[in-house]
Ligand binder design. Structure first.
Ligand code: PBG
Length: 355
């Protein structure tokens, strides 16, 4: 078993025809034969503007706080948020998606609708600094602001109350629109949330504030590091409102509902484990489709790279290209600013093939 046999002579092409086989009829390798040929026939590419940077801002922080499970990602202070957002925009990212980490939480998530709440203050600050130079997006969900950590308010029995939550989302949408957000990302998976929010925005005259629906959002373990990122107080899980990872079909039902309710863009989340869902949604959707490469996906790439098990930069670009291939127009990724910088500065030699 362990004895290795003596290598024979390397066979030549002539040996194959001598063996009576004329050789392959089709030779797909011809199009892979050199970098120029590969570049010519490349189907999908990345642009910085395809990438959206999710960012965390912490109330009352005097310095950035690293997030242990997401090396390189921090909870920003207001000032560092502004600096990092300006840098990302200068590098050409398509937008930024803001998440707030409040100092105090309560049962109804009051901080979410308070104009002085951290998320609304940060939106206002970014809008005043950046104007319309980028698309400023806001996570529209109560989970960062509730003491029980759920995405909505609870009924007497402790269950997430769908319709009572819609009332809170309407108020939250108005607070975010008034603070200056261009695009709101309702991520709570409540039934009817897009219609409820659209109606509230329109009634208040915010006709141009767009909705990026988290259409197919799965109850996923890949959100683990995010829960640390936002100091989540969640006990239990979100399986009564987020989708079952075993199901594909209901993503198309959610898509139909969100589009009918007025979604301007739709999203599939998490990313790589759900590329099949992304592809189906992208094929069926009349509106642009995005994917969210979530915290656990980021953490896995970082952990494997830190161990020297994968080539970090190439893995990052390969994963982002996979979203484009599956049909995503935009990708939310914690790598957005860094990758946009690579493209702006000209890709380093080991990444050129991703041009
Ligand atoms: C909910 C929300 C979550 C994420 C984005 N919005 C967490 C959850 O649903 O539990 C996860 C993002 C990530 O993991 O990167 N507001």
């Amino acid at each position: 078993m362990t004895q290795t046999s003596q290598p024979g002579p390397v066979p030549s092409a002539a040996d194959l025809s001598a063996a009576g086989f004329p050789g392959p009829i089709e030779r797909p390798r011809r199009l892979r034969s050199g970098a120029a040929m590969r570049s010519l026939v490349r189907e999908h590419t990345l642009r910085p503007a395809d990438l959206v940077l999710p960012m965390f801002v912490r109330e009352g922080a005097s310095e950035n706080r690293p997030i242990g499970s997401m090396p390189g990602v921090v909870q920003h202070t207001m000032d560092s948020l502004v600096r990092a957002a300006i840098e990302a925009v200068e590098r050409g990212v398509g937008g930024v998606m803001l998440f707030g980490v409040p100092e105090r939480k309560d049962a109804v998530g009051s901080g979410a609708t308070d104009p002085e709440g951290i998320l609304n203050l940060a939106l206002a600050r970014l809008r005043s600094e950046l104007g319309d130079a980028t698309v400023i997006m806001a996570d529209l969900c109560l989970d960062e602001f509730t003491d029980h950590g759920h995405c909505g308010v609870l009924d007497g029995a402790g269950r997430v109350d769908n319709d009572a939550t819609l009332m809170r989302y309407r108020e939250m949408a108005l607070a975010q629109a008034e603070a200056g957000a261009h695009l709101l990302g309702p991520s709570g998976m409540m039934d009817g949330q897009i219609a409820a929010i659209r109606d509230a925005l329109d009634a208040a005259g915010h006709l141009d504030v767009a909705l990026y629906a988290y259409t197919a959002k799965y109850a996923s373990s890949f959100y683990g590091p995010f829960r640390e990122a936002v100091d989540s107080s969640l006990q239990g899980d979100r399986r009564s409102y987020q989708q079952d990872p075993a199901n594909g079909r209901e993503a198309l039902r959610e898509l139909a509902l969100d589009v009918a309710e007025g979604a301007d863009l739709v999203m599939v989340k998490p990313g790589l484990p759900y590329l099949d869902v992304l592809k189906e949604v992208a094929q069926a959707s009349p509106v642009p489709v995005g994917a969210y490469q979530v915290s656990g996906e980021y953490a896995m790439i970082e952990a494997a790279s830190a161990n020297g098990w994968i080539d970090r930069d190439r893995t990052v670009l390969e994963s982002l290209l996979a979203f484009r291939r599956a049909g995503a127009s935009t990708v939310l990724t914690y790598y957005a600013s860094e990758v946009a910088g690579w493209y702006r500065d000209g890709l380093p030699a080991h990444l050129r093939e991703f041009l």
